[in-house]
Ligand binder design. Sequence first.
Ligand code: FA5
Length: 337
Amino acid sequence: MHEAIPEIQAATTLEALQTVKTKYVGKSGLVTRELGTLGKLPPEERKARGAEINAVRQAIQTALDDRETTLRREALDAQLQSEAIDVTLPGLPLPAGGLHPINRVYDDLTGIYERLGYTVVEGPEVEDEHHNFEALNVPWYHPARDLQDTFWLEDGRLLRTHTSPMQIRYMTEHEPDLKIVVRGKVYRYEATDATHESMFHQLEGLVVGDHISMADLKGTIAEMARGLYGAGAKVRFQPSYYPFVEPGADFAVYWDNPRGESKWLELGGCGMVHPSVFKAVDDLREAQGKPRVYEGKTGFAFGLGPERIAMLKYKIPDIRYFYANDPRVIGQFRGEL
Ligand code: FA5
């Protein structure tokens, strides 16, 4: 039994210690069994022998308790050690996502318009013919429908070819005065090249009120150009034709930078809202039991492609890079939100 103490000392885990404990002081352990033999001794020896065994058992129990305390403390120390956090270590960088370049340009643009008091809205990409064409003064026989080749859906609906149908939707729901910009995807069934995609984005503007003039439109586009390209930015308007405006124009921004890469950037179309559009809106409102409130109003609208701005800003030579999901392109926009 005198091996008990060295065995206890040698136990390096709580499990090993439990084994030693069972071996000596468990129910059928050596010491317990020894105590059981007392009854067979002659009475005069019993007392002395009993005291002896009890002393041994006491010594073993004390050694067991001490060892257990030690092992538990060691285990706790080890755990604390392994789970310790060194708050002085530099943090691990987390892989950050990034905003797509088109969303960055959208944020720049909508930021400019929000500061001018515009409301930013979005609308459905699946449209009906009435909102995408008819109400915008493009009847079915109109050659302008060929200008925007359309993806038709099976149920006669279509993927919107521009964001202009939101002019109709918004005016049907809201009364003037109003100032909105619409952001979203548009689709055209056309061959792709470095500057044309079959899915791209537009930013549409619409302002309606009393005595809105072409001068207001030009001032607004100029303000946007300054917001994008600084105080020296210039804008150019050239007459153009869109059935839903009269007069209509295309506008370009003179893009000037210190590296001498100045050029005119053709951005989009604009014009004064055509009276036929206001009439179509009033007709829709009337059919819904709403008052006709657009007759006699004036307004301007514009629509532009943010891809053009992003291509110049980020020096992306081909529009198709935006949507090819090549991580080498998109990865360059990580981590600087
Ligand atoms: C329109 O879509 C008119 N709805 C714009 C408008 C709104 C005029 C309100 C008047 C009043 P357009 O088809 O020109 O117009 O397209 C507008 C802009 O979208 C273009 O200037 C160009 O920047 C961009 N765009 C047109 N087609 C593509 C294409 N396939 N890929 C990328 N961008 C395109």
